[in-house]
Design a binder for this molecule. Structure first.
Ligand SMILES: Nc1ncnc2c1ncn2[C@@H]1O[C@H](COP(=O)(O)OP(=O)(O)O)[C@@H](O)[C@H]1O
Ligand SMILES: Cc1ncc(C[n+]2csc(CCOP(=O)(O)OP(=O)(O)O)c2C)c(N)n1
Ligand SMILES: [Mg+2]
Length: 356
């Protein structure tokens, strides 16, 4: 029997079935179902949006619908955490081919609901349309609730640089998946690029033992941002903060550049987690590259006045005065604002869209 598709169910019955299981937090006066949602907030509103596009941000043969739903919430809530604000609500833009099995949409929504619960946000509305591939846009709203927002431009010379959350996991998982390791069973995504659908190809892709580094692949499917730690950093008086979406060096580069300072990282301060080390051994690569330039774990990295780094954060470097214009000119492709073990970082600091 073939699976029921979205085309067979129709727009409004689909929406009804997607929103019915959602629960609303106490701040929600009016949830999905009207022209707009109504939300009570404390202080100023902090708002951010991110897109997840099929084959750019996820693949259906790498991640389940549930994983993609979890990721859609996590990557967006991390931006509100990185402002030191309290995440409250999200609205979802969902575009999908009519041929998508309804099961995929329901599991996606269940993943969103599960992660929303973890992150402490309510899904208060959305929009559903027809499109050639799956596109997901999540807008997240938070409140300042008595604490000043922590921006990217506040780092001060003499600050300590520290992070909380995972580094290198999601990048390791991405590399493994790109090596054909850890794919899901071929389902509706089997037609997608990189998978020829043949039995031999399927057998080759699913024969790997991934037990030692499973957590890295799971992190690529859905990251685990350190929920609540953005508020902890704001309460500790963090001077600047960002979440690591593109790569630690790239994202710290935004702090350094916006603040007019230079960041010095000490590689010996990084602790390489066992699953990341195991993944690096499996595909014979340097795990530090993933930790320094890999994205999608959505760790928080912040700068603090000396002695004010919160418990549970790992200090990895310090903030210096910016180098002169000569130094900037000597690393046109690199990150003149970021030093690692006393050397200016040359080359890519993380993921950028539009490059081949
Ligand atoms: N198309 C756009 N229109 C307006 N602002 C944008 C657009 N794309 C990105 N920005 C802004 O540029 C900044 C950097 O974007 P991005 O790298 O996506 O940040 P993040 O990693 O926090 O998601 C953000 O402040 C974002 O709001
Ligand atoms: C199919 C697939 N290809 C490539 C990647 C890797 N990747 C996609 S986006 C990205 C960086 C973060 O995404 P972005 O849209 O730049 O997030 P933002 O900085 O706006 O939060 C990475 C490492 C992936 N996750 N899935
Ligand atoms: Mg963004």
């Amino acid at each position: 029997m073939t699976e029921q598709t979205i085309a067979q169910v129709g727009e409004f019955p689909l929406i009804d079935s997607l929103v019915a299981p959602l629960s609303m937090g106490p701040q929600v006066q009016l949830g999905p179902g009207d022209d707009g949602a109504v939300v009570t907030i404390d202080g100023s509103m902090v708002v951010s949006v991110d897109l997840l596009i099929e084959n750019s941000h996820f693949r259906r043969d790498w991640s389940s619908a549930h994983d993609v739903g979890r990721k859609a919430i996590a990557v967006n809530v991390a931006d509100i955490e990185a402002m030191g604000a309290q995440p409250l609500t999200v609205v979802l833009g969902f575009s999908t081919p009519a041929s998508l099995p309804v099961r995929w949409a329901r599991e996606f929504m269940a993943g969103m609901a599960q992660e929303a619960q973890l992150a402490g946000v309510s899904i208060v509305g959305g929009d559903t349309t027809n499109g050639e591939i799956i596109s997901i846009s999540v807008t997240v709203m938070g409140q300042t609730a008595g604490l000043a927002p922590v921006r990217r431009d506040g780092a001060q010379v003499g600050d300590e640089v520290a992070y909380v959350g995972r580094l290198g996991y999601a990048a390791a998982g991405l590399d493994l998946l790109m090596h054909g390791i850890g794919w899901l069973q071929p389902g509706e995504g089997a037609h997608q690029r990189g998978f020829d659908g043949s039995t031999a190809d399927a057998a080759r892709r699913f024969q790997h033992d991934v037990s030692r580094y499973r957590e890295t692949i799971e992190s690529q499917r859905h990251p685990q941002p350190p929920y609540g730690q953005g508020r902890v950093a704001a309460r500790a008086g963090a001077h600047a903060m960002i979440d690591v979406s593109d790569g630690l060096i790239a994202d710290l580069g935004h702090i350094a550049q916006n603040s007019g300072v230079r960041v010095n990282l000490r590689s010996e301060a990084f602790i390489i987690a066992e699953p990341v080390r195991a993944a690096a051994e499996r595909i014979d690569t340097d795990p530090m590259t993933w930790m320094l330039t890999g994205g999608e774990d959505h760790a928080l990295v912040a700068t603090f006045a000396p002695g004010t780094v919160p418990e549970g954060w790992t200090v990895i470097g310090s903030v210096d005065a910016a180098a002169g214009p000569d130094a900037a000119g000597s690393a046109p492709m690199g990150h003149p604002c970021i030093m690692v073990d006393g050397q200016q970082w040359q080359g890519a600091g993380g993921w950028t869209h539009f490059s081949s």
